[in-house]
Write a protein that binds this ligand. Structure first.
Ligand code: PEP
Ligand code: MG
Length: 578
């Protein structure tokens, strides 16, 4: 077994040792590997079995159709697929490729599909040319059979030694893995603050994204080490490396255990400044983890996750139950529910027509824009949140605001939701606080309306960085340009905190920067007193808060604010964090 290392971006720290489980989604994820000569007959057999299974699948579909009242063209369509499947160019040629090239069946089929697609592209007749899509669909059906079901979850009992390897996963895919206990997680694509990475962090296991071709290079069942803290993956490690990493793993776990002692300690700096450390959650179940890590509130409940992985939309009652669970579970501590931020990389099947067609989704109908464009959905959610205010200390947070008129429209919607509840005598807290997210440079540069109209603010650094630097946070090709320490970003954050503090409007940071130890002292020095982060970062940040004298940081922070050379900035930051 050849040992090799892959580098990516560690989005969740720690070390995991386990075996690879490839998660398949599309033809572009097909692995390519050579097989020993002796394995050729069994590989051909595997291919033949997959063809047989798809044949049965198509026949089953046909039988189901003929017993129902589906239009005749569906039957004809299935007949075409059956014909394509039986054609030797698809069902026989890959066997020859397996034997000649000694490659895996998936790869042989992919090669042959490439040949067929090319032939179709050259056909003049437009009707025949369009049959290319059918060939691809049939080929993909066979591929899926060969590769296992998409997102196949390993059997219970072996999860803890299983490392998931995927080309790309949507946030919706990852959230499904929350019920499982995988050892680690890696993907070819993704940026450090992509929602996929954020949710992966929520799995509390080491995770590395942007490995580029892990999915191609790693084979099912291979032994691997994932070192999320050092952004590296080692495949087929030798014994010495394995022993070294087992030691490191123990050290890491020990350090984590030590941090647990800080759970109920108040987060006060050395010079006595109290800091609120809140948690970001995606689902109601996450509050258990937040409480275990000593969160003194929920600073960001990404409510859009209630809309993912389902058919249909969550009803008002269903959303209310989720919000009430969090409100009650947090026992009087603040619970900040962000109205749904759907669009961009978080899509819901039933809303696809509305959001996915955007030519540039991150700049399109996302978050508050989407809420205002879909008032019925927005009202349903606002009613659900307002109802939950009766059961705990719930606040409403509006995402991605850019202008004063959006605030007015959103507040008018809240007023409508209140009115309708009042008419129905449904209890809610009439003094519920309403806040806004600061995630667009325009919001920082024209903050007056935000300060006058809203009760509190929260800086979403993930989007603020994306929109300031014009770097798509989910695109691994530009992830090296995603820089939280860019002088422009730091100045915007400093301006936002300074302006809000002067106006005595509470302001928090709830982007990934809040949980990054490199930024803790800097943010404290800039005047930040409320942080909200992934629960697993809470205790580390608390430790840093306990070791910081805010007054002593201020001169350094002032110099950092003025610096615009990256080297100088890095030097000053290192001194601040020393
Ligand atoms: C942010 O943009 O920093 C933020 C907290 O919101 P999200 O990551 O959900 O876009
Ligand atoms: Mg955001």
């Amino acid at each position: 077994m050849v040992s090799f290392a892959l580098h990516g971006i560690g989005v969740s720290g720690g070390i995991a040792i386990g075996r690879a489980q490839l998660v398949s989604h599309a033809t572009r994820e097909v692995a390519h590997y050579t097989i020993p000569l002796a394995q050729v007959p069994s590989e051909i057999e595997r291919f033949t079995t997959a063809i047989g299974e798809v044949k049965n699948e198509l026949e089953g579909l046909h039988a189901a159709l003929t017993s129902g009242d589906a239009p005749g063209e569906f039957g004809a369509f299935l007949d075409i697929h059956a014909m394509i499947l039986n054609d030797p160019t698809l069902s026989e040629a890959p066997k020859r490729i397996i034997a000649e090239q000694r490659c895996n069946a998936e790869w042989a089929l992919t090669l042959q599909m490439g040949v067929l697609v090319e032939q179709f592209d050259q056909i003049e007749d437009s009707y025949l040319r369009e049959r290319k899509a059918d060939v691809v669909q049939v080929g993909e059906r066979v591929l899926k059979r060969l590769m296992g079901r998409p997102g196949t979850i390993p059997p219970a009992g072996v999860e803890e030694q299983t490392i998931l390897v995927a080309h790309d996963l949507s946030p919706a895919d990852v959230i499904q893995f929350k019920q499982h206990h995988f050892a680690a997680f890696l993907t070819d694509l993704g940026g450090v603050t992509s929602h996929t990475a954020i949710v992966a962090r929520g799995l509390n296991v080491p995770a590395v994204v942007a490995t580029h071709n892990a999915r191609q290079l790693i084979r099912d069942g291979e032994m691997m080490i994932v070192d999320g803290s050092n952004h590296v993956v080692i495949v087929n490690p030798d014994r010495a490396v394995l022993a070294e990493y087992r030691l490191k793993q123990n050290e890491f776990d020990l350090a984590r255990q030590k941090l647990r002692r800080l759970r109920s300690k108040r987060a006060d700096t050395l010079d006595g400044v109290h800091i609120e450390l809140h948690a970001n959650i995606e689902l109601p179940e996450d509050i258990e983890h937040a409480l275990k890590n000593g969160a003194t509130g929920i600073g960001l409940f990404r409510s859009e996750f209630l809309f993912l992985n389902r058919t249909g939309l969550p009803s008002e009652d269903e959303q209310f139950e989720a919000f009430r669970k969090v409100a009650e579970g947090m026992q009087g501590m603040p619970v900040t529910i962000r109205t749904f931020d759907l669009g961009a990389d978080k899509q819901q099947a039933d809303l696809e027509g509305l959001a996915r067609v955007a030519p540039n989704p991150a700049l399109g109908l996302r978050a508050i824009r989407f809420c205002l464009a879909e008032p019925r959905l927005f009202l349903t959610q606002l009613r659900a949140i307002l109802r939950a205010t009766h059961y705990g200390n719930v606040r409403i947070l509006l995402p991605m605001l850019a202008s004063s008129s959006e605030i007015d429209q959103a507040l008018a919607m809240v007023a409508r939701a209140r009115e309708s509840l009042r008419e129905q005598n449904v209890p809610f807290n009439p003094d519920v606080q309403i806040g806004g997210m600061i995630e667009i440079p325009a919001a920082v540069l024209a903050m007056g309306a935000f300060l006058r109209k809203l009760d509190f603010l929260s800086i979403g650094t993930n989007d603020l960085i994306q929109y300031t630097l014009a770097v798509d946070r989910a695109d691994d090709a530009v992830s090296h340009l995603f820089d939280p320490m860019h002088p422009a970003v730091l100045r915007l954050i400093a301006l936002a905190i300074g302006t809000a503090s002067k106006a005595k409007v509470p302001i928090a940071v709830c982007g990934e920067m809040a949980g990054d130890l490199q930024s803790t002292r800097l943010l404290l020095g800039l005047g930040l007193r409320e942080f909200s982060m992934h629960p697993s970062h809470l205790l580390g940040v608390k430790q840093r808060v306990l070791q910081t004298d805010v007054t002593a940081t201020e001169p350094w922070v002032e110099r950092i604010r003025r610096a615009d050379e990256p080297d100088k900035l890095a030097m000053l930051l290192a001194r601040l964090n020393a």
